[in-house]
Design a protein around this ligand. Structure first.
Ligand code: HEC
Ligand code: HEC
Ligand code: HEC
Ligand code: HEC
Ligand code: HEC
Ligand code: HEC
Length: 509
């Protein structure tokens, strides 16, 4: 293209494109342009879901196109300087453009139009490339083995319609650039196989919740009390049901929108809670500082493991936000106990099969070498028990047992990922306090302030139990709520121990 512009003399010199570099560049650019054009056409008419085709279309093909164009220019530059060295008079230092010469005018128009089209296409292409690298398909399935646990759990979660980037990147240019830079490293780590299994959480540089969760959720909004009905089945022959109905005092943080208080009181903009954790998963919290609306500061220290002044000086307190409680809002790996209780209560596992609760939890909690092994061994593990204890049930290839086994395989495939070493054990869930310390990391009753107050451990502080027990028709109570009854007799030790001292998401042995 440029050769026409710099030949001012009427006798045409051979084109500057006549060199092997530019020729290679022309072939490369033309073929990748053709490939990209075909792929883009396919994408816009049919639309492909395969992330690899997306990478090819919007990242790889354009990269080759640009490389081709660079080669062409490089060849021209080299050719020019070669000719200048041969005879200084022949090629002027810079191209001479004279729009009064018709041929040059035409060439100028052609070059301008082509450049303009190219820029528009580049803009469109980079927008699609941007959109594509922000898509759930790109984040969730490109490196499928690595992201399989997170992606699978996400698809069955309350946020299945929220894009990964809305929580992991959020709006604004700064985090966009940051994420693309760390993303480039992650692509390298994936290709080189240098990624941790499991991927560690908490993510230290997760963007603050104010800029992600709070783009959709409004912390001041008042939620009132939320009712939770939780169905348990005891690990006995009859799978005795034990149901708990709770009113969770979710509350809100702004008195102009509803009574400020309850659990979301933590998020009241006027309150600031900071804490120091001594472990990487933020499960052990010996030090908590509360600054209220009036600026009054209260420090609560745990009776067991208070921090020394040196430790405290070295620590960087974290300001509590949504993710300190809702740390698994979307990557939810159900514990065997939770998964099985839910499956029985919804009829996916027949409660009439003796000991099915106990056996199902055992089958899920057993370690397997791989997902495929688990799917093969689960039927064997479960039926072996019934063959020896209830031969009739096992022999008839009974439909209920077969269905239960199929459901267990499904539960395993959606909650357990031995390849990435991921399951419920790996990522403590901080909502509640049954299987993990959760709220009791601070609310264990032993975090006290200098003036002798402690962070509440009152069983009626966060929720009201409105029904509990066995049987279908549970009596409910209105106002004050029930005192907790433990489903089996453990001599009241739940009052002094943490639930998670015994409960770990499986049957307490
Ligand atoms: C509702 C918000 C939300 C969405 C949507 C979301 N994540 Fe997450 N993700 C989180 C939070 C919160 C954590 C845990 C952060 C912590 O504990 O520091 C997390 C953690 C992770 C981790 C670290 C390992 C783990 O399981 O904790 C990976 C990997 C991940 N997310 C990938 C994804 C992918 C891929 C998608 C889309 C398919 C996605 N996330 C969608 C909020 C979200
Ligand atoms: C792009 C918008 C969006 C973002 C960002 C978002 N959420 Fe949500 N979230 C939703 C929607 C929509 C629902 C309701 C889903 C439904 O009920 O179908 C929801 C539901 C929830 C629920 C109720 C879950 C349940 O079991 O009913 C919690 C808790 C929650 N989000 C917490 C978070 C947290 C924590 C973050 C940040 C890590 C976050 N959300 C980020 C849109 C969002
Ligand atoms: C102190 C812990 C804590 C903090 C901090 C917290 N939440 Fe919650 N939130 C809860 C609990 C507990 C519930 C009750 C429902 C449950 O168990 O999932 C809840 C419920 C919710 C719900 C569902 C309400 C309903 O009626 O089902 C949403 C949405 C939610 N939180 C969003 C947020 C957002 C956004 C933030 C940050 C601004 C936040 N929460 C901060 C503990 C917390
Ligand atoms: C990092 C420590 C920490 C964690 C974790 C924590 N809290 Fe708190 N919480 C506090 C502190 C500090 C206070 C204020 C104590 C005071 O009155 O000075 C508080 C107060 C409360 C209150 C009383 C609010 C009122 O109306 O006075 C409720 C309810 C509550 N928390 C619920 C929860 C729930 C539910 C969880 C778990 C999902 C939880 N908290 C997790 C530190 C924590
Ligand atoms: C700091 C707040 C807080 C305190 C104090 C508290 N709880 Fe809870 N509790 C919760 C939350 C939040 C949940 C709901 C978790 C969920 O959504 O699954 C819960 C759930 C429960 C459940 C249902 C568990 C299940 O999965 O079936 C029981 C039972 C329970 N609490 C009993 C108690 C008892 C007994 C005490 C007193 C020793 C107590 N709670 C103190 C916050 C609290
Ligand atoms: C000393 C150990 C111990 C402590 C502490 C303890 N439990 Fe239990 N819990 C048991 C045993 C044993 C069982 C019966 C076996 C089983 O179901 O896992 C049980 C069963 C349960 C069940 C039925 C579980 C199921 O199988 O679905 C619930 C719900 C429960 N406990 C709640 C709590 C709560 C809430 C706390 C804390 C306030 C608590 N437990 C503290 C030992 C304990």
């Amino acid at each position: 293209m440029t050769d026409d512009l710099d030949t001012a003399s009427p006798t045409r010199a051979p084109s500057l494109l006549h060199n092997w570099l530019s020729t290679a560049g022309i072939i490369l650019a033309a073929s990748s342009f053709f490939a990209a054009a075909c792929l883009i056409a396919i994408d816009s008419f049919v639309g492909f879901r395969d992330p690899y085709l997306g990478i090819l279309t919007y990242l790889v093909a354009p990269a080759f196109l640009v490389a081709g164009l660079l080669l062409i220019s490089l060849g021209v530059v080299r050719e020019r300087s070669r000719r200048r060295r041969m005879g200084p008079g022949e090629v002027p230092r810079y191209p001479r453009i004279d729009l009064n010469v018709p041929r040059q005018r035409r060439a100028f128009v052609v070059v301008s139009v082509v450049t303009f089209l190219f820029l528009i296409l580049t803009a469109l292409g980079s927008y699609r490339a941007y959109e594509f690298t922000e898509s759930v398909a790109f984040c969730g399935t490109t490196c499928h083995a690595i992201m399989k646990p997170e992606y699978t759990a996400y698809q069955g979660s309350p946020h299945a319609r929220v894009a990964c980037v809305q929580c992991h990147i959020g709006p604004g240019a700064g985090w966009f650039v940051k994420s693309k830079l760390s993303g480039a490293y992650q692509v390298y780590a994936t290709l080189a196989g240098r990624y941790p299994r499991p991927i560690p959480a908490p993510i230290k540089n997760l963007r603050p919740a104010q800029q992600t969760c709070e783009q959709c959720h409004w912390p001041r909004k008042f939620y009132g009390a939320a009712e939770r009905v939780i169905h348990h089945y005891l690990p006995d022959e009859r799978n005795t049901p034990w149901t708990i109905r709770l009113l969770l005092h979710v509350g809100g943080g702004d008195s102009t929108l509803g009574p400020a208080g309850g659990i979301h009181w933590h998020m009241n903009i006027a309150n600031r809670i900071e804490y120091v954790a001594t472990d990487s998963q933020r499960q052990v919290i010996p030090w908590v500082r509360m600054t209220d609306a009036q600026g009054k500061v209260t420090v609560y220290q745990s009776a067991g493991g208070a921090l020394s002044p040196q430790q405290l000086a070295a620590a960087r307190p974290r300001v509590m936000d949504c993710v300190d409680c809702h740390n698994r809002p979307t990557h939810i790996y159900a514990a065997p106990l939770t998964a099985v209780n839910l499956a029985i209560s919804t009829g996916r596992i027949d409660a009439g099969i003796p000991y099915i609760k106990q056996q199902a939890v055992r089958a899920l909690a057993t370690p397997y070498a791989s997902g495929a092994d688990a799917l093969r061994e689960i039927p064997e593990t479960v039926t072996a028990f019934y063959r020896s204890r209830y031969p009739a049930l096992a022999r008839t290839e009974s439909a209920p047992l077969g269905r239960a086994v199929a459901e267990l395989q499904r539960l395993y495939a959606t909650n357990f990922f031995p390849g990435m070493k991921v399951d419920w054990r790996e990522y403590p869930d901080n909502i509640g306090h049954l299987n993990f310390p959760g709220c009791f990391r601070c609310h264990d009753g032993s975090h006290t302030s200098a003036d002798g107050r402690s962070i509440t451990h009152d069983c009626k502080g966060c929720h009201t139990i409105i029904a509990q027990g066995t049987g279908d028709s549970l009596p409910t109570v209105a106002s004050a709520g029930l005192d907790f009854t433990h489903p089996v007799d453990i001599a009241g030790v739940w009052q002094t121990m943490l639930c998670s001292d015994c409960h770990h998401g499986v049957i307490v042995e």
